[in-house]
Design a protein. Structure first.
Length: 413
């Protein structure tokens, strides 16, 4: 039997779930299927997903095309209307074995998308990592209780729900036993982990428990909302060397009025204070950040505040999103910034990001780093910078090496 074809769009959580779906589809005998896991974070992401579906249908004319993910959850009708699509399944349904077993039967309902807001649990799906033998991803949380005015994702993912700590710990023990030297905790809104569990533990409690009860050499957090960082998370940053000194922050903007209109829970001074405190506790800490360019009503002066935040927070790895209105969100009804101006502001932010990366890399020359090898020629430092080697390395090993120089956007060993 042939293997199903998978196409993943969007975030690490989607990629994690795609790996879990591979097992479910194989168990159901869906070797003749094409599965597209969509993203809805921007209008462009939805457009690319539909373009990919048409391309995959042309390449696999006899296959059963199944579409899932956030875009399919939010607007199943638009995908069901596509001639290329046979089935549309929701974000909750895609993780259930019964769904996949049913898809292998003729006459199955073409659209299976229920109310994501009614989902109250998230299972810790047991996968053995993906993309590399060196790093494994563990889903600890799904959904989001917040309603930022630009964001459609809660309507694709539902309300926040957590994987119990004991399940997470056992999965990490299993992955370490299989030889993984780094585990990354993933979720939609990681810092809300635990709010729905007995006793309402916090993300820092989970991190400390993982480090106490497992031998994982490197633990990494994928993305956090800095205003929700708890006392134990800050303690872990200060005292636990196995927690990697790299945090990706959901900042979105650097202007207080824009942050209020986004319905964010922090102001620019909160972001600056968090970065200063985290770096005081762990001087080698590096930060990535999501920043939106051209949010509705953003003036040149407001945009400059976001530009200055790159330096004031000493951000290194920027994810820049040109704003695009998502139907059904409050921001889509606000006065919009002209498209050309959005594009120009995004380009300015990306240049600032490139300069920040260059400064960070230059500061590493001559220093010694512990590098996790991702393939025979490349690995990553604890701060997530890529390092290239001119002699083959053992994938999955952690090696200590001195930085000799810089090649483009990579360090050289």
């Amino acid at each position: 039997m042939t293997a199903p074809v998978f196409s993943n769009h969007g975030c690490r959580l989607n990629a994690y779930e795609t790996e879990a779906m591979k097992d479910l589809a194989n168990q159901a005998g869906l070797g003749d299927a094409v599965i597209v896991n969509t993203c809805a974070v921007t209008a462009e992401a939805v457009r690319k997903a539909k373009q990919d579906i048409r391309k995959l249908r042309r390449a696999n004319p006899d296959a059963k095309v199944i579409v899932t993910g956030c875009a399919a959850q939010i607007d199943p009708a638009s995908f069901a209307q596509m001639d290329e699509v046979d089935h549309v399944i929701g974000n909750a349904e895609k993780m259930q074995p019964a769904t996949w077993a049913g898809l292998s039967i003729q006459g199955t309902e073409p659209v299976q998308v229920d109310d994501i807001m009614s989902v109250t649990e998230t299972a810790g799906h047991l996968i053995d990592g993906f993309g590399t033998r060196s790093r494994a991803y563990v889903q600890v949380q799904n959904g989001c209780d917040h309603r930022c005015t630009f964001c459609i994702i809660p309507y694709g993912r539902g309300n926040s729900r957590s994987v119990p700590a004991g399940v997470v710990v056992e999965q990490i023990k299993r992955l370490v036993g299989k030889g993984f030297n780094e585990v990354v905790l993933t979720g939609v809104d990681l810092t809300s982990w635990g709010g729905d569990l007995p006793g309402a533990p916090r993300l820092g409690d989970l991190v400390m428990r993982i480090l106490r009860l497992t031998d994982v050499p490197r633990l990494r957090i994928s993305s956090i909302d800095s205003i929700e960082a708890d006392e134990n998370l800050m303690l872990a940053i200060a005292t636990e060397r196995r927690l990697m000194p790299h945090l990706h922050l959901s900042l979105q903007a650097g202007d207080d009025m824009i942050l209020k209109r986004m319905k964010r829970r922090h102001l620019r001074d909160d972001a600056i204070a968090f970065c200063e405190e985290a770096r005081r506790l762990r001087p080698e800490m590096t930060f990535g950040a999501d920043i939106i360019a051209g949010f509705p009503t953003e003036t040149d002066a407001m945009f400059e505040n976001s530009m200055r935040l790159v330096e004031e927070c000493d951000l290194t790895w920027l994810h820049v999103f040109p704003y695009s209105p998502r139907p059904g969100t409050p921001a889509a009804r606000m006065p919009q910034v002209h498209g050309a101006k959005i594009k120009d502001r995004a380009a300015q932010l990306r240049r600032a990001g490139e300069q920040a990366v260059a400064r960070h890399l230059a500061a590493q020359v001559g220093k010694t780093h512990r590098v996790l090898i991702e393939n025979p020629a490349m690995g990553r430092t604890e701060q997530f910078a890529e390092m290239v080697f001119d002699t083959p390395q053992v994938e999955g090993e952690i090696v200590e090496t001195r930085v000799a120089g810089i090649s483009g956007s990579q360090l050289t060993a």
